[in-house]
Design a protein around this ligand. Structure first.
Ligand SMILES: [Fe+2]
Length: 1120
């Protein structure tokens, strides 16, 4: 420290660094190169070893013996492939089925941005075929994948033959703990990409694919087989994946260990390992192998199917059979045994591979260089940039320093303008953007005006923009500052040096090889160039050491290393195809990092304090004059009590929010609802009442006897009303889904009283989504004890405001009862539908196990979440009942299992009821994915979690009101505008298939709203909703349910909530009005705002911001 704080010593140090700057830089550069080349030198490397205990090659005896059969299957496959003129889908399906697999197909198509040069095509169509071998005695939670890519041109027949033979053999073994997926993917990487996106429900590259019908659990590892050569002498392991990603080193170790055990000749980069590492030849060989890896990694493409798995954090490698070592020959049985061993070892793993290195270079299969050893080589290059920057900094400051006696940071007398520096920087960036976007977009124009093909057009445009980009910043800088002042170029160069250092540093962290190769060429020229050099010389040096030329050199070096040297013209052609392939790969498989929200969403799940008085909000835009009331919303606000956390999204204690509007002035206010759950938690400083996913444990202070008796006091049901608020008569109630509702004063947000609905009506609890008619009549649904002690669901009617001023709740009545599909297990019900004359109730297979609920719950300390169960077999029942007079109509509408929370709308049309729902595919309970720990995780983790969750979909079901008139087996729906169907079956049930109104993988249209006043229960056109991106709310959407057109409002790192529709009193159209939502933007200066959007096109009308953060809210209302 003394060295830097003592001005004299500091000056001496800077003097030394300035004086010796050039020699130090040169030494650093040389040291970097020597260090890098030395990495392949034996003492620098470490011996590879298996880090996972479960994975040693011993303890497994390989018994696969069907190599001959694999070869004959391969021949059969080849014959069928020729006959079909492509992938023989039918034959594959049959062959896999014959081997006892569950077989599925997936069709896909992808439009290429420009035709690839080998195949001259724009459109790629194909079909993937895969079979799942279910683990005999394990849950379907984990899977392994073996793939064999299949392209029309190449013949990977042996791989397909071996894959099928392995499937047959594996089928008869009992030790599998993971499902095994056997996949034959058409068109190599494109098919692989379609399958992976289908499996993970993502769509990041604009691929069109049919959804996968069959899935296994989360994929733990994958192996891709490429056996194109007729004679195979050795197996080559390929690790380099997309953007330079590598699988865990243990996967390579596993391969190597089994090769050793079975005596199989194995290579990496096509090169055998030599034993004489201490000799010069030995070292050169290892260095070449390592260099090949560096080059392959730097180019960022996926060198096999496996490379695409890595994006999903699935450890994967390709195994390629090669024919380079004449004396050896390997039979299919040995390869089969090797795979058997590897798959069995992966099957034994309890966790994903994680023990060993993810960042490494391999000079051979038995030795590796870890990140700690190779990073200094890059560091030495980066230091040069910083030393040069320091030198310039000192020179820039020197005159000023002398003027004020060597101390201080005085202003520069003639400091160059900001424009001198900024302009070239901006232009450089713009050239980059142009280079990124224009080549593909300008191809049509180029093809029209010049005699070139599309591919040539793209490559030539890229080269033209690049060349222009090299000249532009230089020339502008000259123009701006005349001949360029001494100060001017120094400041610009200083900026460039620091900029480059940051850029290369980031690149090297993501992809060391790319960072290092760029640094080797860019650092010397950036460090040494000055305007004092001869112009022609500096221009030449700059061009020759620019990234494009680096690619050119790499092409030649690569050809040299793989022992297929090329001449200049051949090399140039290769260079051009590398550029086209690079642009194509980028478009096909995706960029370095794909878009994701910043981590700000974690903030909406954090505890906040209530307010003592309303906060004034800052308004931008003009608030419509008809907005004069209050926006009321509810959500969790307290996520832990003392040291005890709440675990589930629906557990935090209810916080009521209010935005008040009057004369264009807006205020924000919030208060905790003082429920028993809240008050007792605050008093006892612990969770006292069990919440949805958090159990309250007995008071530790009580003695054992009083604790024992407290078990038998029965279930203490929560009144934590964090879900919604709605009016009954003249009062307002904050609600959750139990029998307790809480009366609140919506002016002061004070809590008035707790009401137990069980006192008035036979109900165990009601939903937070009642229907409210224009006169104020409230209808709601909940489960109850029906006749004969079995479960049922009651629709309750609460009348409007009473003339005698009595509480309407006292006049609550059950108007109709729906039976339960299962006697003791009612379904979870979150909302229901109501048309002018009917009630619609969807009974999903997500059941509440009442027995657990009543017994185990109070004794074992479980919570509500523990009492849910769901079963695929059960399917979904849809019930209807007449409203006046209340009467259940016993039509047996059935459809496949689904999850459902929110009805959008229902209406009657020509003898049918149209039911629009925000459905979740499958039978799994979506709430299982809404634990706070999942929602607060990092984005990658959030996505991974959402990938295995049910998929959202907006669906339209149509129910015939007079179904018995028609015949069996015929579609009963005759509405012209829908593709939904209803078919009468022999057993008297009516099977419904929906029309999908909106579907986006992992993108939910949820918390739906409509113009309720005008259209509830009636034919309608528009629905509005909150967009959930992997369960994180990040946009507002509008959907035209007739045309399926959509609109979106979105801002970066902003998290909106349910959009409430308020009609413009002068409006005529259904969407004449505004949407109101509370948006949380944690990074903003005023992080919470009430956003008002025009409901027509989701354009912003106004926002009222406050300087305080707000947590997530679920539902609410606008009170005029
Ligand atoms: Fe809801």
């Amino acid at each position: 420290m003394g060295l830097l704080s003592d001005p004299n010593r500091r000056k001496a140090l800077t003097n030394l660094l300035t004086r010796l700057n050039t020699p130090i830089c040169m030494v650093c550069y040389l040291a970097a190169i020597v260090w890098f080349m030395g990495l392949a030198f034996e003492p620098f490397t470490l011996r590879t070893y298996m880090s996972e205990n479960a994975m040693g090659s011993t303890m497994v005896e390989e018994r696969f013996s069907a190599g001959e059969r694999a070869l004959s299957t391969a021949k059969e496959f080849d014959a069928h492939k020729r006959k079909a003129g492509g992938m023989p889908v039918e034959w594959l399906v049959k062959s896999m089925q014959a081997r006892g697999l569950e077989v599925f197909t997936q069709s896909f198509s992808r439009k290429l941005p420009f035709p690839d040069e080998n195949k001259e095509r724009y459109m790629v169509h194909g079909t993937n075929v895969y079979g799942i071998l279910r683990a005999p005695r394990a849950p379907r939670t984990e899977a392994l994948v073996i793939t064999a890519p299949c392209s029309p041109g190449n013949s990977n027949n042996q791989a397909v033959g071996l894959l099928l033979a392995l499937a047959q053999y594996f089928r008869n073994q009992v030790y599998w703990a993971k499902d095994i997926i056997f996949l034959v993917n058409e068109h190599d990487l494109i098919g692989m990409q379609a399958w992976l996106e289908g499996y993970h429900h993502t769509n990041i590259t604009g691929m069109d694919y049919s959804p996968l019908q069959g899935r296994a659990g989360s994929i733990q590892a994958a192996l891709s087989l490429e056996l194109s050569s007729d004679v195979i002498t050795s197996l080559d392991l390929i690790l380099e994946g997309l953007n330079g990603q590598l699988p865990n080193l243990d996967l390579a170790n596993l391969f190597y260990a089994f090769c050793q055990k079975l005596g199989v000749l194995c290579t990496i980069q096509g090169k055998l390992q030599r034993n004489d590492w201490d000799s010069a030849e030995g070292y050169t060989h290892a260095a070449q192998t390592m260099m090949l890896m560096v080059l392959k990694q730097a180019c960022g493409r996926s060198w096999g199917d496996h490379g695409l798995f890595l994006r999903y954090h699935i450890e994967a490698a390709s195994i390629r059979g090669i024919n380079s070592f004449r004396h050896y020959k390997m039979d299919a049985t040995t390869i089969g045994r090797l795979l058997e061993g590897m798959v069995r070892k992966l099957n034994n793993l309890l966790e994903r591979l994680h023990q060993s290195y993810f960042f490494y270079l391999l000079p051979s299969l038995s030795r590796f260089v870890s990140i700690g050893y190779y990073m200094p080589a890059f560091g030495l290059l980066a230091v040069i940039l910083l030393l040069r920057a320091l030198d310039l900094w000192v020179h820039l400051g020197t005159p000023a320093l002398e003027a004020v006696d060597g101390v201080g940071e005085a202003e520069q007398p003639s400091s160059p303008g900001v424009l001198t520096v900024l302009t070239p920087v901006v232009i450089s960036h713009l050239t980059g953007v142009a280079l990124y976007l224009l080549p593909v977009h300008l191809q049509e124009m180029a093809v029209e005006h010049f005699p070139v093909s599309e591919t040539e057009a793209v490559v030539l445009t890229a080269i033209a923009i690049y060349t222009a980009g090299l000249a532009l910043p230089h020339n502008t800088q000259r123009l701006l500052s005349g001949e360029g002042t001494e100060q001017g170029w120094k400041v610009l160069k200083l900026t460039a040096l620091l900029y480059l250092a940051v850029l290369l540093g980031c690149t090297a962290l993501i992809n060391f090889s790319l960072g290092f190769i760029l640094a080797v060429t860019l650092v010397p020229i950036t460090a040494s160039i000055t305007p004092n050099m001869p112009k022609a010389l500096s221009a030449l040096a700059m061009v020759l050491l620019s990234p494009a030329f680096t690619i050119l050199y790499c092409v030649f070096i690569y050809q040299e290393l793989v022992e297929v040297p090329v001449g200049f013209s051949e090399g140039w052609m290769l260079f051009l195809s590398v550029i086209s392939q690079g642009i194509l790969d980028h478009a096909l498989y995706g960029s370095l990092v794909f878009e994701h929200p910043a981590g700000g969403y974690k903030k909406i799940f954090e505890t906040v304090e209530e307010l003592n008085e309303p906060l004034p909000a800052t308004v931008t835009g003009r608030i419509p004059s008809f907005i004069k009331g209050s926006l009321l919303r509810l959500g969790p606000g307290l996520f832990e009590v003392g040291a005890e956390p709440f675990y589930h999204l629906f557990d935090g204690q209810a916080l009521m929010h209010k935005f008040d509007f009057s004369n264009g002035q807006v205020t924000y206010f919030r208060k905790f609802v003082k429920t028993d759950a809240y008050v007792r938690a605050m008093t006892e400083k612990r969770v006292v009442i069990t919440e949805f996913g958090t159990c309250a444990y007995p008071d530790p202070c009580k003695n054992i006897f009083s604790r024992f008796f407290s078990y038998f006091k029965g279930v203490e049901v929560t009144d934590n009303c964090l879900v919604n608020v709605y009016p009954i008569g003249e009062d307002f109630y904050a609600v959750t889904e139990t029998n307790y509702i809480t009366k609140v004063n919506v002016e002061t947000l004070e809590t008035l009283k707790k009401v137990d609905l069980c006192d008035y009506v036979n109900i165990n609890g009601v939903t937070a989504h009642p229907h409210i008619e224009k006169d104020g009549t409230v209808y709601n649904i909940g489960n109850c004890m029906g006749k004969g002690a079995s479960l049922a669901y009651n629709i309750v009617r609460i009348p409007p405001k009473q003339k005698d001023k009595s509480d309407p709740i006292e006049k609550s009545k059950v108007v109709v009862q729906f039976p339960s599909a299962e006697r003791f297990k009612p379904s979870y019900v979150h909302s229901f539908g109501m048309t002018e004359n009917y009630f619609v109730f969807v009974e999903t297979p997500i059941k509440i196990d009442l027995l657990k609920f009543l017994s185990a719950w109070s004794i074992r300390g479980s919570n509500y979440m523990d009492c849910f169960e769901s079963d695929e077999e059960k399917g979904t029942w849809i019930h209807i009942a007449r409203k006046h007079p209340g009467e259940y109509i016993d039509y047996k509408f059935r459809t496949a299992a689904m999850g459902l929370f929110h009805h959008i709308n229902c209406y009657e049309d020509s003898g049918f009821i149209v039911v629009d729902l925000c459905a979740w595919k499958g039978f799994e309970f979506v709430y299982n994915y809404l634990w706070l720990a999942n929602l607060r995780a990092n984005w990658e983790e959030v996505k991974r979690n959402a990938m295995i969750a049910p998929q959202p979909e907006v669906r339209r079901y149509v129910l015939p009101l007079d179904p018995y008139r028609e015949e069996q087996g015929k579609n009963l729906i005759s509405l012209p505008y829908t593709t939904a169907t209803a078919t009468m079956r022999a057993d008297g049930t009516i099977w419904l298939e929906p029309e999908v109104l909106f579907s986006g993988p992992r993108q939910a249209f949820e918390f739906p709203q409509i113009n309720y006043k005008m259209n509830n229960g009636k034919n309608y056109t528009y629905a509005y909703a909150l967009g959930l991106n992997h369960f994180i709310p990040d946009r507002i959407c509008k959907l035209n349910v007739k045309t399926k057109e959509t609109w979106v409002w979105q801002e970066p790192d902003s998290y909106p909530s349910e959009p409430l529709f308020v009609q413009n009193p002068d409006g005529v159209d259904e969407d004449d009005g505004i949407l109101m939502t509370i948006v949380v933007s944690p990074g903003a200066q005023r992080p919470t705002f009430c956003l008002i959007l025009n409901a027509k096109d989701l354009s912003e009308v106004a926002r009222a911001e406050v300087d305080i953060i707000s947590p997530v809210t679920f539902h609410g209302m606008y009170k005029p």
